[in-house]
Design a protein around this ligand. Sequence first.
Ligand code: HAM
Length: 419
Amino acid sequence: MSLRAVKGMKDILPDEISKWHRLETAFRQRVERYGFREVRFPIVEPTALFVRSIGETTDIVEKEMYTFTDRGEKSLTLRPEGTASAVRAYVQHSIQAKEPVTKWYYLGPMYRRERPAKGRYRQFYQAGIEVFGDPGPYVDAEVIDMVVGFISSLGITDVEVLVGSIGGPRTRERYRDALLTYLAPHRAELCSDCQRRMDANPLRVLDCKVPRCAEIAAEAPSMLQYLTDDDRAHFEGLQEALTLLGTPYRVEGSLVRGLDYYTRTLFEVLGKGEGLGAQNALLGGGRYDQMVESLGGPDTPAIGFAMGLERLLMAMPDEGAGSHVDVFIVAAQPEVRAQAALLGRELRDAGLRVESDLRGGSLKSQLRRADKMNARIAMILGESEVEQGVVQLKDLREQTQEQVPRPQAADRARALLQT
Ligand code: HAM
């Protein structure tokens, strides 16, 4: 049997990659405008990092991690997300001693053994940011405004921005009691996982995908009613700032996220367009003011989000047929193939993207390849052109041809490419 990629993990072939590049470049440009700098973490981390930060009773930790023992010694896990690694690195390198506020961004693959579906993979790519050292709420609003603007700049216009607050530890304690009181009479109707969750971590019941559990969760009291005064003031500050920035949002009192580390601000952006299907969360994020300290660092507030790149790509409008080639060089006779290679180098040195078929072949078949690659220009080089120091420059879109002195070929090509 032929070998295939692991279920839920896909190849990204060159035909798809220009859309990825466009997305990644746009992301970098956008966040760098806000002062974020790139950080890269290992793909593998100690398992304990995710267990302690994401939470023992979350689906990710209970069911979805790719965990293995490293040659019988250490338990390691393929990272299911980036925030835990960011915090680990922030603490490990004592970044707080170097700057009061740290703004990091990252891009890369994450691994979760979920049931594969449209928009849900076992290896997927995230682009995310994390801000350390600012308690908010204004930075919370700025980060949400930044990502909403980014998504709209990609041409994704049909979105819904949900914001909520889960409060701090005191709010959570009050809410937990209220939730347990509400859930108690429904206990027998809940799935066995949720019955267990009621004892271990009742908030996780709100995130259960089993239909009856979701129905019960939908009627649960809203977290927002239980916010302490400080948590409420924070949430109101966030909303005022979002309103001032003109960022559209909807308050969602029952917003729950699949990770345990959040405090106060939570947010998600859902794509409403057709391309997405059921997996319509384009991004999720929130504040995690206790994670740095709980992983051994100083008391440091933090907020961030991560976007699923596959989902953004599905929601982005198509860009039309692009090309990875500006100029295709055609060698009119086999004898000029070395000269064609030299011309290729001259043009590449001048910054053009150049292809040729140095195997030779008829003029016609070489021009066909140029067309197939969607090259805008063909440069034809024969023995007489080499002798005279010129090339025949053919504009394949306009179907015009001109003879150009070789030293000016690159400039002329660039001028044409701009039209
Ligand atoms: P998350 O909500 O688990 O948050 O994931 C963020 C985004 O990653 C989702 O909204 C979705 O677009 C994408 N995603 C998640 N799982 C999959 C999957 N199996 N296949 C395809 N896409 C997926 C986090 O990961 C947090 N670290 C976000 C964060 C950063 N919070 C604070 N800072």
